[in-house]
Design a binder for this molecule. Structure first.
Ligand SMILES: [Zn+2]
Length: 314
């Protein structure tokens, strides 16, 4: 298959490398919902200049936005506080320059509602139903995307985006738009999957995180440092962690399943017959899987805090 790409969508460099085909996906499903926009798995590319990894081909930001707008408010619900929220709250308390917090992709506002009421809570959310739900909780919704959000007064001392940037095709302009609405001494707090963690490195293009059709770009600390330098910002803090509470039994089970899946797919690629693969323990079972088993308990996420380079004369 000839791929219609020659440059990186983040930095425009032509130093991009094809890492191979991404796991197959159901072309009629998007974020677990039935969609009439066909989606192909495509290939995983890596940029040698800015270090971004990305899916290609993929829908553009406008096509993705149209799909997110239609999503119901029942997909990404958090009835219980997520285990990593205190970690994020700690970063916010350390680096925010005022008490106005803007959460991009706030969905139903679960995180914002969990934050203390002393915070002025603002949200940006494309899902119309989820945004309505958040507004009903007293959260001020500024718009569907950062591009059409009204800049609040005062400007937010912190802008957060959790599990969001991996859904963005053009991430540098996304970060620039956030920076442009931020208080000069404020901070940006981003959480996403990280390709510089060992599970991502080990499984590569077979990794579960890059098998979700709505995930189109994949990050690492080197990319955030590259992006920060382009925006006259700097990375002031970063840490790696699991987005799910860690239980060793679940961790081992998920690790075994994704390892089995990767082994079977590798054998198939080598031309080994299904009958021979079915003879290995659990080989028949793995051959029947249509999607990559998730390893949500692995330590494969990064939390990054960026701040402006503020000098004494500006
Ligand atoms: Zn690049």
């Amino acid at each position: 298959m000839k791929l219609a790409i020659s440059v990186c969508k983040s930095c425009g460099s032509n130093r991009i490398r094809d890492r191979g085909e991404l796991p197959p996906l159901d072309p009629r499903l998007f974020a677990g919902q039935t969609s009439d926009v066909p989606i192909v798995a495509g290939h995983l590319f890596v940029c040698e200049t800015c270090h971004l990894q990305f899916r290609e081909p993929c829908l553009n930001d406008q096509q993705l936005l149209a799909l997110y707008k239609q999503l119901p408010d029942t997909i990404w619900t958090d009835n219980e506080p997520r285990a990593y929220w205190p970690r994020i709250q700690n970063a916010i308390n350390t680096y925010s320059s005022n008490n106005t917090l803007l959460d991009i992709g706030c969905y139903r506002g679960d995180f914002l509602a969990w934050m203390p009421a002393s915070w002025n809570r603002l949200g940006i959310e494309p899902s119309i139903k989820a945004a309505q739900f958040a507004a009903g909780r007293g959260i001020t919704i500024l718009g569907a995307t950062i591009e059409d959000g009204t800049v609040p007064d005062p400007r937010p001392g912190v802008v957060t985006a959790f599990d969001v940037i991996e859904h963005i095709v053009t991430p540098l302009s996304f970060l620039k738009n956030i920076r442009d609405c931020l208080d000069r001494e404020g901070c940006i707090v981003i959480m996403t999957g990280a390709t510089d963690t060992w599970p991502f490195r080990l499984f590569g293009r077979h990794y579960w995180y890059s098998a979700l059709p709505e995930h189109v770009t994949f990050y690492n600390l080197a990319w955030f440092r590259w992006a920060a330098s382009r925006l006259n910002m700097r990375v002031v803090s970063h840490s790696y962690f699991s987005s799910e509470p860690r239980g060793i039994r679940q961790w081992l089970r998920e690790c075994a399943l994704i390892s089995l899946h990767t082994l079977v797919q590798s054998l198939k690629r080598l031309g080994i017959a299904d009958r021979a693969i079915g003879a290995i323990p659990y080989g028949k079972l793995a051959l029947s899987w249509r999607t990559v088993p998730w390893w949500k308990h692995s330590e494969d996420h990064i939390l990054v805090v960026l701040k402006n380079n503020v000098t004494s004369d500006n």
